[in-house]
Write a new protein. Sequence first.
Length: 95
Amino acid sequence: TLIATITGLYLLNRRTKASDKQAQLAEEGLDIDRFRKGSEMLAGKHPSIRQAGIVALKHLALSRPKEYGSLVLDSLAHFLKRPDAEPADSEGMEI
């Protein structure tokens, strides 16, 4: 029974590690999607869409600063440096 208990604990430990790894990968995938969506929103036509992108990226940077802090800052800096930060309408006039 001691061997069965040790074997059971070992298998339980392996399953727990596998579940933790799977959850971590799923969370990383969601964060990648959040970054992608926020970045896409920065290129939005309307200021409210761009503002929502900034807020989304801010929340990502605050929730995962080690992984996304500098990446978000770089993206926002690039957004601010763009000469076409204000999109033009179809006639080329500023909105």
